[in-house]
Design a protein around this ligand. Structure first.
Ligand SMILES: Cc1ncc(COP(=O)(O)O)c(C=O)c1O
Length: 353
């Protein structure tokens, strides 16, 4: 058995998956208790009256090509959120195992652990070093019940990429001990920084990617777990067979076609440019004390009076995220980079504070 699979829950390793209706697109489907007629309102290609293809081969191949991995290393699901949930359920036994997180960070790792009844070990990012990963701290906080280390790079809500050398140190320390999951939801906004090429070197590395951010498909719910084929096969046995809907599959294929990819590249370029412009302009506001450097599509803004800025945004019809409850961020707001017009409107509203 692959070392990594030895970390998974034994009952999941032994799980026999649901046997879904065979996928034979050339044959008339009288084997899945579907309705033979499409509704008039149905504008999809495949038809909403039919169950979708489980782990759709063309979409998996497209996503594998996008990230430069073999299809056996790809699981597609309902956003990164589903990947996080599946990983925690596969590797953490309730009441016994734990995950390790580095706050301030994305909240779903903790939520997934709580739902599963798994504990949470925290090793905070080092604010004094720009929210850097404390690799030595992670290595020394590991204990046998810690089955997954979640790292987020670029990190939400601080916006910074984690130093690859520190991630490498964590990977070395966790070899044979824990899965290291690197959440790269915002990687497209930090060109060239993805750790996907490391997958072939580290069987215990798992990378989460999503089409919710750069590809503009947050409403479709489409993400990918990339990892060792054995890990992906384990998760494929757990994920509901029809996790992705027909509209989601078709939206994903369109977004990853040549025209969709071109549009995505142009929008990412615009957002990166706007990120710089917005950061410079926000920094001139009297209530703003610091704009943290960002490798993502949002800015962490440290303020003298976050409450007043939040209220000014709402008066102008704009929401920004209050992240003051997160450790080390008690004066911070998180601002998503919008269109040039939205950013101008935000600046005008905040100036009034
Ligand atoms: C770091 C991070 N990971 C994952 C997600 C969830 O992404 P998805 O829409 O793919 O579930 C988010 C969403 O904000 C995020 O910030």
């Amino acid at each position: 058995m692959n070392d990594v699979l030895a970390l998974a829950r034994p009952e999941i390793r032994a799980l026999k998956p649901y046997s879904h209706a065979a996928w034979e697109p050339g044959l008339v489907r009288l084997h899945a208790n579907e309705n033979p007629w499409r509704d008039e309102s149905d504008s999809t290609g495949a038809g909403l009256n039919r169950y979708p293809e489980p782990q759709p081969a063309e979409l998996v191949a497209r996503i594998a090509g996008l990230y430069g991995v073999e299809p056996a290393r790809v699981l597609v699901g309902r956003g990164s959120d589903e990947g996080i949930d599946l990983l925690v359920r596969a590797f953490c036994a309730a009441g016994r195992d734990r995950i390790l997180v580095c706050p301030p960070t994305f909240g779903m790792y903790r939520v997934a652990a709580s739902i599963q009844g798994a504990g949470v070990v925290e090793v905070p990012l080092d604010r004094a070093r720009g929210f850097a990963l404390d690799a030595t701290g992670v290595a020394s906080a590991w204990s046998p019940g810690v089955k997954i280390v979640f790292l987020c790079s670029p990190n939400n809500p601080t916006g910074n990429l984690l130093d690859p050398a520190a991630v490498g140190q964590v990977l070395e320390a966790c070899s044979g001990r824990a899965l290291v999951v690197v959440d790269e939801a915002y990687a497209e906004f930090a060109p060239g920084a993805s750790l996907v090429p490391w997958l072939s070197r580290y069987p215990h590395l798992v990378i989460l990617r999503t089409l919710s951010k750069a590809y503009g498909l947050a409403g479709a719910r489409l993400g990918a777990v990339l990892g060792a084929p054995e890990v992906i096969e384990l998760l494929r046995r757990m994920i509901p067979p029809y996790a992705l809907t027909v509209p989601t599959i078709e939206a994903g294929l369109a977004a990853l076609g040549p025209a969709g990819l071109e549009r995505c590249r142009a929008r990412v370029d615009t957002l990166i440019e706007e990120r710089g412009r917005l950061a410079t302009a926000l920094a001139t506001l009297p209530l703003v004390e610091k704009i943290w450097p960002s490798d993502a599509n949002f800015l962490l803004v440290e303020c003298a009076d976050a409450g007043r800025l939040l209220a000014a945004g709402i008066r102008g019809g704009l929401l920004v995220r209050d992240v003051r409850s997160q450790p080390g961020l008690d004066r911070c707001l998180r601002v998503t980079v919008g269109t040039p017009a939205e950013n101008a409107r935000l600046l005008a509203s905040l100036e009034s504070a």
